[in-house]
Design a protein around this ligand. Structure first.
Ligand code: ZN
Length: 107
């Protein structure tokens, strides 16, 4: 599951609670015949759920129609980093890396 969320760059913004919830939902999906739906109001959670084919419902809208990708970059020298480097600093100038919107994809 952590591998999957790295793909969309969401791993860094999800809390342990969020990841535990997704792990639990996956486990329930495999152990019960009930329909499992994750309720969330977090875009990163929605992305991860759709990545994992988990059903989810948003608490505030009709859910996402697009998947959102981010890229991690240095705000000073514009070097692009991998999503898992989000909480690190730039190797060249030592500035804290930021995340920016990269693209949307219809799902
Ligand atoms: Zn830099």
């Amino acid at each position: 599951m952590e591998e999957k969320s790295k793909l969309t760059g969401d791993i860094n913004v999800l809390s342990k609670t969020d990841l535990d919830l997704v792990a639990l939902a996956l486990e329930l999906m495999n152990t019960t015949s009930n329909e499992i739906i994750v309720y969330t109001n977090d875009y990163s959670m929605e992305n991860l759920c759709s990545e994992l084919n988990l059903k989810f419902k948003t608490l505030y809208k009709n859910g996402i129609k697009t998947k959102i990708y981010f890229e991690v970059y240095c705000p000073f020298c514009k070097t692009i980093y991998k999503s898992e480097d989000l909480n690190k600093c730039c190797e060249r100038c030592g500035l804290k890396l930021k995340r920016r919107f990269l693209k949307k994809e219809k799902i």
